[in-house]
Ligand binder design. Structure first.
Ligand SMILES: [Fe+2]
Length: 116
């Protein structure tokens, strides 16, 4: 198998564009974006798992639990960096994400990799 360089997916790049330049805001935003990406992975695995055979379902359910931990960890780190609630930043990035999801994409990616 040969590995190739991947450019950042439009989805993640679009979210990262809105990350503030200066700390601590930059760190808070990086953690919030991480939380959103992890949460969406969790949702994808939850949607996929019921359609798989027992072995693959167990595998993806394990991944799902990891992603659920990761998104909570990212949110906790964001709150620590902010010194409190990050709901306002979460709303900003979820609105950006909605725009990214609703617009067509030329490239299909599933968990950071191209198909085919
Ligand atoms: Fe993860």
């Amino acid at each position: 198998m040969q590995y190739c360089h991947l450019t950042p997916a439009r989805y993640a790049a679009g979210l990262r564009k809105a990350i503030r330049d200066e700390d601590p805001g930059r760190l808070v935003d990086v953690m919030v974006v991480g939380a959103i990406i992890e949460a969406r992975s969790c949702e994808r695995f939850a949607a996929l798992a019921p359609h798989l055979d027992d072995e693959l379902r167990d595998f993806y359910t394990g991944l799902l639990k990891s992603e659920a931990r990761h998104y909570r960890d990212y949110l906790t780190l964001a709150e620590t960096a902010a010194g409190g609630d990050v709901g306002d930043r979460l709303e900003v990035f979820l609105a950006i994400e909605q725009g990214l999801i609703e617009r067509p994409d030329r490239e299909f990616r599933f968990h950071s990799g191209p198909l085919g």
